[in-house]
Write a protein that binds this ligand. Structure first.
Ligand code: ATP
Length: 322
C-alpha cells in the first residue's frame, strides 16, 4: 500500500483534528502518501483534494471542528454519486481509505465498498456516542463537558430565582449525551428516547417538587418522542402553574470548542491504530476503544442502533435525583 485517502464526514466533532493529525503522521511514518478530501463524501465526488503532510496537520490537535471540513452529502446517497466517488478514488490510485465520522458515514462506507475493492477503516467521530463497538466516540467527551459547564451556569440562575429549567441537549436518536450530562450536573429529571416511562416518572416527581421550592433542572434529549424541551416545559406548567419555568436549547455550542485531554488522547490512539489496521489487512471495520483496548467492529455491526441505556446509570440517576 502506497497511497491512502482520508475524509471527515457527517456532523463535525471536537477531536476530529486530533485524529486526522494522528492518521497523517502515522501514515507518513510508514511511507504512505495521504490524500485528504474536503467536505466528506462531497470532496470525493467533486475530486476536491490535497496531499496532507506533517506540517499540514501542525497546530490542530487543540482545535475543534475539522480542517478538512465536513458535509452531509445527499449526492452520495445516490447510486450515481457512489459510482462517481469510486471512479475518482480509482483514478487517483487510492489503495485504502480512512473515514472519520458517525453511523451515517459508515453506512456510506458499506455502500462504497460495494463499488470499489479497497480497505476502508472508520474512526468513530460523532458527539452522539451511538456506535456499537466503542466506549467513546470522538467528540462525546468534549460535548458532555460543554453541556455540564452550561448546566452549571444555568443552575446559578435557577437557584437564585427558584426556577425550573428544562434544558434540551443534542441527540436525535440517542440519549447518551443527556444521560451522562444529567448525572454530572445533578439534574432532577432526564427525558430521553430510550426510556419510555420518563414522562410518567417526571409527573410523579413534580408532585414532590411542589413542597420544596428550589431550583430544578430537567435534561431533555432533542430526539425524545414526547417532542422536545418546549413540550416538556408546557407539560410541567400545566401540572404546576405556580412554577417559574424556563426552557433553554443548548444547540450548536455542544459541537464546538477545544477537545478535552481525554478526547485528544483517544482520537490520537484511534487515528494511529487506523493506519496499523490498514497495513495489517483489516478492512471495512470501525476502530474503537473498549475497556482501554483497541477494537475492530465490522461496519454492519457498528451502525446497529443502540436502543438501551446502561441500566446501572439509569437506576443511579433515578435514586440520586429523587
Ligand atoms: P453524526 O453522528 O455527527 O450525525 P454521521 O456520520 O452519522 O455523523 P450523517 O449525515 O448521518 O452523519 O451521514 C454522513 C453522510 O454519510 C451522509 O450525508 C451521506 O452522504 C452518507 N450516508 C449516510 N447514510 C448513507 C447510506 N445509507 N448510503 C450512502 N451514503 C450514506
Amino acid at each position: 500500500m502506497k497511497k491512502i485517502g482520508i475524509i471527515t464526514s457527517g456532523g463535525d466533532s471536537p477531536g476530529m483534528n486530533a485524529c486526522l493529525r494522528a492518521v497523517v503522521r502515522t501514515a507518513i511514518h510508514y511511507n504512505l502518501e495521504v490524500v485528504g478530501f474536503y467536505r466528506g463524501y462531497e470532496g470525493i465526488i467533486d475530486n476536491k483534494h490535497c496531499v496532507l503532510t506533517t506540517t499540514s496537520v501542525s497546530g490542530i490537535i487543540q482545535r475543534g471542528g475539522t480542517i478538512l471540513k465536513t458535509a452531509r452529502s445527499e449526492r452520495f446517497r445516490t447510486k450515481d454519486g457512489i459510482k462517481t466517488a469510486a471512479k475518482n478514488l480509482k483514478a487517483l490510485g487510492i489503495e485504502g481509505l480512512v473515514i472519520i465520522g458517525g453511523d451515517g458515514s459508515f453506512r456510506g462506507a458499506i455502500e462504497l465498498s460495494k463499488e470499489i475493492n479497497i480497505p476502508i477503516i472508520g474512526c468513530a467521530g460523532t458527539i452522539d456516542n451511538d456506535l456499537v463497538g466503542t466506549d467513546f466516540t470522538i467528540g462525546y467527551d468534549t460535548a458532555i463537558n460543554t453541556v455540564v459547564e452550561a448546566v452549571d451556569k444555568i443552575r446559578d440562575t435557577a437557584e437564585s430565582h427558584d426556577r425550573v429549567f428544562v434544558i434540551e441537549v443534542m441527540g436525535r436518536d440517542a440519549g447518551l449525551i443527556a444521560l451522562r450530562s444529567a448525572i454530572a450536573s445533578g439534574a432532577e429529571a432526564l427525558i430521553v428516547p430510550e426510556l419510555k416511562n420518563d414522562i410518567e416518572s417526571l409527573l410523579k416527581k413534580i408532585k414532590n417538587w411542589r413542597s420544596s421550592k428550589s431550583s430544578k433542572i430537567v435534561i431533555v434529549a432533542e430526539g425524545d418522542e414526547f417532542g422536545g424541551a418546549y413540550k416538556v416545559g408546557d407539560l410541567i406548567k400545566k401540572h404546576c402553574p405556580e412554577f417559574d419555568i424556563r426552557v433553554t436549547i443548548l444547540g450548536h455550542i455542544q459541537r464546538g470548542g477545544n477537545p478535552t485531554c481525554m478526547e485528544r488522547v483517544n482520537a490520537s490512539l484511534v487515528g494511529f491504530n487506523s493506519i496499523k489496521a490498514l497495513l495489517s489487512g483489516h478492512k471495512n471495520e470501525m476502530m474503537g476503544i473498549v475497556d482501554k483496548k483497541i477494537t475492530y467492529t465490522p461496519f454492519e455491526k457498528a451502525v446497529k442502533h443502540i436502543d438501551k441505556l446502561n441500566e446501572d446509570l439509569v437506576q443511579m440517576i433515578e435514586i440520586l435525583s429523587s
